[in-house]
Design a protein around this ligand. Structure first.
Ligand code: HGY
Ligand code: MN
Ligand code: MN
Length: 408
């Protein structure tokens, strides 16, 4: 087995080790600053130190490794991805990008570049615990505001409190932002495109924008046996009618995706008509105008259904993240590195959101995708081919040399 395949094997096994640190015994679920994140920090911190990096945890819970360069004025290359997961997650969405970053430092074998290399494991990207994503990378771009710190989780714990309980200081998050650099994120595609083209890697051009909302239908809880159908104000039946309408509209609109991922009916007993239903709506499209006009249409539709059924409906806008194009020069450099490693260059959009869309607010950013076998992600069957991890290491090393030689 070649050295780079062995290295790739080690990176895949490390992903599987991190996947064992979970809030649940049977599945991988690791949300913002939950206790399993401490074990993740311990292992990732050790691997960073073994690679010759200094390591610290910042006040947003990001773990940050720094591999010094020879010039103290050169802007760092920051390689990052997230260490939190969705519920019942796979082992590679996020951690693979952090461990590939450490792998690229390991490949230097002690050689110092002009610029420092920073590897960052972001504390939160998925938005599971607090309903809003990107807490970790927003700390690096100086975008953690009081509204975010005040958001509560399902147990009434605020972001600020969660940070304190982890032993960090939310008042000092402002010190953790970065002024300059170049950002690279390596990530599984989480979709079927590269597999359908039988390609190991893809170069991301644009990360599509996304809207995330909370929606609540309120009617009248009542007895399931004594209340005639024509006298009901059934919040769940109204929500179900609306979800069908959302799906129908999304299917009819090219490249639009709309998802109700969470739903809770109260009081939640089989013999009680649901009086209240809370659900989430996730809408994405490459065009921000198309995405936003469809969100308006979905909310108008909810109001019409609610009026007809005698329900009330309310909305909470949690995220309106515009689509973000990757930096042209960096992306061209990444494409050239793919070519130099004898792989076809496939430029593509990302339907998934990534920390790169936040980091791009402050610095040039580029993303490299690895093929997702079966196109599966956000699910325990999520996988990656070791050969593709080796290909990503080789391309990443070429890209680092491109920057060292004076690329962007
Ligand atoms: O939901 C997403 O787009 C990403 O997986 N956080
Ligand atoms: Mn991800
Ligand atoms: Mn994800």
């Amino acid at each position: 087995m070649t050295a780079i395949l062995k290295h790739a094997n080690e990176i895949v096994s490390r992903c599987r080790i991190l996947a064992s640190y979970s809030e649940e015994p049977e599945f991988l679920t690791r949300t913002f600053l939950s206790s399993p994140m401490r074990a993740v920090h311990a292992d990732v911190g050790n691997w960073m130190k073994q690679a010759g990096m200094s390591v610290r945890i910042d006040n947003a819970g990001n773990i940050r490794g720094c591999y010094a360069g020879t010039s103290c004025s050169a802007a760092p290359l920051i390689i990052g991805s997230h260490l939190d997961t969705v519920p019942h997650a796979g082992a590679f969405d996020g951690p693979l990008g952090v461990l590939l970053g450490i792998g690229l430092v390991e490949m230097l074998g002690g050689r110092r570049l002009k610029f420092p290399m920073h590897v960052i494991g972001f504390s939160e990207e998925e938005g599971v615990r607090f309903g809003v994503p990107f807490i970790g990378s927003r700390a690096l771009t100086g975008d953690v505001d009081n509204d975010l710190l005040a958001r509560m989780d399902s147990k009434g714990v605020s972001v600020e409190q969660a940070i304190r309980e982890f032993g960090l200081d939310p008042a000092r998050i402002g010190e953790d932002s970065v002024a300059a650099g170049r950002y690279l994120e390596l990530h599984i595609e989480q979709g079927p495109v590269l597999e359908s083209l039988d390609l190991p890697l893809g170069v991301v051009e644009t990360i599509v924008g996304q809207s995330r909302l909370g929606v609540r239908f309120c009617g009248q809880a009542n007895h399931a046996g004594t209340t005639p159908m024509n006298l009901r104000r059934d919040a769940l039946a109204g929500a179900a009618e609306w979800m069908q309408a959302v799906e129908h509209k999304a299917r009819a609109t090219a490249d639009l995706v709309a998802t109700v991922g969470q739903i809770e009916a109260k009081p939640g007993a089989g013999n009680v008509i649901p009086g209240e239903v809370s659900l989430t709506l996730d809408v994405r499209h490459g065009s921000d105008a198309t995405r936003r006009e469809n969100v308006v249409a979905f909310l108008d539709c909810a109001r019409q259904i609610a009026t007809r059924r005698g329900l009330n409906v309310s909305f909470e806008k949690r995220l309106d993240q515009p689509s973000v194009s990757m930096d042209g020069a960096l992306t061209d450099g990444l494409a050239r590195a793919v070519e130099d490693c004898d792989h076809p260059v496939h430029r593509m959009n990302s339907g998934a959101g990534h920390d790169a869309m936040i980091m791009a607010r402050r610095m040039p950013a580029a993303m490299l995708f690895l093929r997702s076998p079966g196109g599966i992600s956000h699910y325990p069957d999520e996988a990656v081919f070791v050969e593709d991890v080796a290909a990503a290491l080789a391309v990443g090393a070429k890209f680092v040399n491109f920057l060292e030689a004076g690329g962007e």
